[in-house]
Ligand binder design. Structure first.
Ligand SMILES: NC(=O)c1ccc[n+]([C@@H]2O[C@H](COP(=O)([O-])OP(=O)(O)OC[C@H]3O[C@@H](n4cnc5c(N)ncnc54)[C@H](O)[C@@H]3O)[C@@H](O)[C@H]2O)c1
Length: 242
């Protein structure tokens, strides 16, 4: 029960890492505030769960999620800023302006609004924030220009927030997965040939499992991990070592 007595907020909780993280935190005793644009969040979990549907690119939604945590459970201890989208592969000149804007709005500004609301709420008691970046936040990602720009931005926000709030005992870290077995990886999840193509640059030559990424999220958020802040950790089958 690593998270007993803690309130954990997770965005993008309807599927993928967010849904699996919600289950894992709940199994470790956390009360949950779950958000997603989709209305299909699973609330059949061992601990108390409240949900709020909305779009992370809306600053008011970021405040509403934090408000819900405070009203329902008294405070916010941990936030997992996980909701995100990717665009279809295209070189930079071919990415449509509205696509680029939407990816930056959701993947970068979504984390910015979340941090604004969450850091203020955690200032008194301290807490932990985990942002979902990507290996595309640490290295260039050909054909994923807008996504890579947004995820690099998340790293900048993570490090800056960690420095601004270190003395308030708010730890802020980012998890940077390579392709993992969620809807975002498309065909590669079910088609071994597509997986081989997608992971040919990964030393371990496979997708990450959802569980492997979720365990890293829990570890980054764990109160026992009390001296780690400002870190951007690759969960990438060795890619970052190259
Ligand atoms: N799966 C991967 O290969 C991979 C690799 C690196 C990083 N990531 C990052 O991990 C995070 C989660 O990815 P995933 O693979 O679980 O994705 P996913 O597509 O399986 O799930 C994302 C969830 O976020 C929600 N969402 C999307 N836009 C939203 C918005 N504007 N407001 C609220 N909710 C929104 C979706 O409805 C969905 O439930 C994302 O930030 C993604 O960029 C994923």
């Amino acid at each position: 029960m690593r998270f007993a007595g803690k309130t954990v907020l997770i965005t993008g909780a309807a599927q993928g890492f967010g849904a699996a993280a919600a289950r894992a935190f709940s199994e470790q005793g956390a009360a949950l505030v779950l958000g997603d644009m989709a209305d299909s969040i699973d609330t059949d979990l061992p601990t108390r769960v409240v949900t709020l549907q909305g779009d992370v690119s809306d600053p008011d939604y970021a405040c509403a999620l934090v408000g819900l945590a405070e009203e329902t459970f008294g405070s916010l201890d941990i936030a997992i800023n996980n909701a995100g989208i990717v665009h279809d592969p295209a070189k930079i000149p071919e990415i449509e302006p509205e696509t680029a804007r939407r990816v930056i709005d959701v993947d970068l500004l979504g984390v910015f609004w979340a941090l604004q609301a969450q850091l203020s709420a955690m200032e008194e008691k301290g807490g932990a924030i985990v942002n979902l970046s990507s290996v595309a936040g640490l290295c260039g990602a050909p054909t994923l220009g807008a996504y890579a720009a947004a995820k690099h931005g998340v790293i900048g926000l993570t490090r800056t927030a960690a420095l601004e709030y270190a003395r308030k005992n708010i730890r802020v870290n980012a998890i940077c997965p390579s392709f993992a077995a969620t809807a975002m990886a498309g065909d590669a999840v079910t088609d071994p040939e597509a997986e081989k193509q997608m992971t040919r640059g990964i030393p371990m030559r496979r997708l990450a499992t959802v569980e492997e990424v979720v365990q890293a999220i829990l570890w980054a958020a764990d109160p026992a991990n009390s001296f780690m802040t400002g870190q951007c950790i690759g969960i990438d089958g060795g890619l970052g070592a190259m």
